[in-house]
Design a protein around this ligand. Structure first.
Ligand code: NA7
Length: 558
């Protein structure tokens, strides 16, 4: 590992891992600093029961090595956390990535040295590292949030956060478990926890829209068809707004299969559009809509494009969703509490589940609607709501993350003249292309705010960003340049564009409160942080910048 690397990278998730590979290819020396004890990022930290990816694994995989594509076997269509982590481990071994990584090193300060024109990073333990370039590969959902609930410190039982789940097995057998939060993490964990615990109490603040996930085992023929078509699939990913190819394996579909081998779609159903049903919900009569729901279930609503673009269609879809859930829950009162009523489909990231609603038909599961009976305090032995005390042995927070900006703001980043990023972003994150900030020369963010990031297949977004960053550093070297940073004008224009494309979408509806908007963190500015204009449009813009010699950036000579 180089002590004087060209590039320091913070984070050894999928971004930090690819950074090592890509920068080495470009002849740059690199050192990765990672807080955890190994690679994997999100998949290293989020080990809670039921943790799973919501993008199909054949697509949520690196494209840089055709050999890797051919030799890795995915056991399921949508992989579980442990399989994705095994993949990360395999990639790290295959490309000898750990040689340039230092683990158990949490970076506490990231400071630009004006005179030396270098970044100096300081770990929590006080160790310092320097390099002319710094890449923050710190992830979009890597700072867990534990809400400040009165009395929390008094609880005597076991306490866990889904985003910091222990490496050792957590034994819940015979225990009374409480979970706060019903976002993706809560919805994935709840059915598993209910199977393991003596009793599970779900503390729900806002009901969620969730549809059944595809839970198929990977068929060898489907995987082979992907392998045979990977170059075409990777090209398709580049043209898709979400970085997903939607490749349909045709040859491997068994004759007589009632459901197509739908390896690339989120739910375990065939879609109405394939059954000859129009893809606008408003074009269907009420009877037809009811038939579609009856036949295809909740996931059918994802197939109608107008649900996400037309307020009336959205309302119709929300009502169909609620009617369907009412039929899935045995106790009508519990069903009413589970129904989202204050916001629409498409406002938040779509949650995929396995047996979520059915879990509330179990005898050992209780739903507590915090909207009706708020938490008053956490006690030594459980949670007291305005109605009663719930005795608990284990308390699990599934309360989400300080998304998109959390990890960057926590790193105490200081640019030219000691300027703090936290001050610069006081009213919300301002970046150019989610890649760089003015006054922070040679500092790059991977999938930063203002880039497609969480709205794109992360692996596609990560590779594109690091290729761009690598090319940029290479360009500077070739042209005798020492620093690069965006002009404030480029940033302002870009952020105006990011806001403009988000306006009028379901994501920014006044009723919508999501982590995309920072709404889950008290006091966080309400800004729609990801770029919703689509990955291809975004990529073209990045390519234009590089191809035209970085006109939106300022450079200094070496
Ligand atoms: P989310 O989606 O932010 O969900 C967090 C959940 O925790 C959500 O139901 C919140 O309710 C709830 N929450 C947060 N604070 C509280 C308090 N103080 N009291 C009660 N309930 C609370 O995080 P996830 O980890 O599930 O998923 C994040 C992303 O990771 C996901 O979208 C995927 O992309 C992967 P609220 O809705 O705010 O009322």
């Amino acid at each position: 590992m180089s002590d004087q690397p060209d590039v320091l990278v913070v984070g050894a998730g999928f971004a930090g891992m690819y950074a090592v590979h890509r920068f080495r290819e470009l002849g740059l020396t690199v050192k990765v600093l990672e807080a955890g004890s190994d690679v994997g990022g999100t998949w290293y930290w989020n080990r809670y029961p039921g943790a799973r990816c919501d993008v199909p694994s054949l697509e949520y995989s690196y494209s840089f090595s055709p050999e890797l594509e051919q030799e890795w076997d995915w056991p399921e269509v949508f992989s579980a956390q442990e399989d994705i982590l095994r993949y990360a481990d395999y990639v790290a071994d295959k490309f000898d990535l750990r040689r340039d990584m230092q683990f158990n090193t949490r970076i506490a300060k990231v400071e630009w040295q004006d005179d030396a024109r270098r970044w100096r990073l300081t770990s929590e333990a006080g160790e310092t590292f320097e390099a002319p370039f710094c890449v923050m590969a710190t992830g979009c959902l890597s700072v867990p949030v534990e809400p400040k609930i009165p009395g929390a410190e008094r609880f005597r039982g076991e306490v866990y956060h889904t985003g910091r789940w222990p490496h050792e097995a957590v034994d819940l057998e015979g225990k009374r478990v409480g979970i706060i939060g019903t976002g993706s993490s809560g919805v994935q964990a709840i059915p598993e926890l209910a199977r393991q615990a003596a009793h599970l109490t779900v503390f729900q603040r806002t009901p969620v829209y969730t549809v059944p996930a595809n839970r198929k085992r990977m068929r060898a023929a489907v995987q082979q068809e992907f392998r045979d078509s990977y170059r075409q699939i990777r090209e398709m990913q580049q043209k898709n707004p979400g970085g997903v190819s939607n490749f349909r394996p045709r040859k491997s579909v068994r004759r007589g299969d009632s459901v197509p081998a739908d390896v690339t779609r989120p739910s375990d159903i065939s879609m109405p559009s394939e059954a000859g049903v129009p893809n606008r919900l408003l074009d269907l009569t009420p009877e037809q809509r009811a038939q579609v729901m009856e036949r295809f279930g909740l996931g059918a609503l994802l197939a109608f494009r107008d649900v996400y673009t037309n307020a009336e269609a959205n309302e119709v879809a929300n009502a169909l969703y609620r009617d369907t859930v009412r039929r899935m829950i045995r106790d009508p009162e519990t069903a009413e509490h589970l129904l989202p009523k204050t916001y629409g489909l498409g406002c938040k990231r779509q949650v995929l589940d396995r047996d979520y609603y059915d879990t509330f038909n179990r005898d050992n599961v209780t739903l507590v609607d915090l909207g009706e009976t708020p938490i008053e305090t956490i006690t030594e032995s459980g949670i007291r709501t305005s109605r009663t005390h719930h005795d608990l042995d284990v308390l699990i927070y599934a309360t989400g993350f300080d998304a998109m900006t959390g990890a960057l703001l926590r790193a105490n980043i200081r640019g030219r003249g000691g300027r703090s990023l936290n001050d610069q972003w006081r009213d919300g994150p301002v970046t150019y292309l989610g890649l760089q900030m003015s006054e922070f020369p040679n500092l790059f963010t991977v999938t930063g705010p203002g880039s497609p990031s969480v709205l794109c297949n992360m692996l596609v977004a990560i590779e594109q960003h690091l290729n761009w960053i690598g090319d940029c550093i290479h360009y500077l070297r070739e042209h005798g340049l020492a620093t690069i940073e965006p002009s404030p004008e480029s940033e302002q224009q870009w952020i105006a564009h990011v806001n403009e494309v988000a306006e009028g979408t379901m994501y920014t509806a006044p009723s919508c409160n999501s982590w995309y908007l920072g709404a889950n963190i008290p006091g966080k500015p309400r800004i729609f942080m990801p770029y919703v204009g689509g990955y291809p449009r975004y990529r073209e813009r990045c390519e234009h910048e590089a191809g035209a010699g970085y006109p939106g950036f300022r450079v200094e000579s070496a």
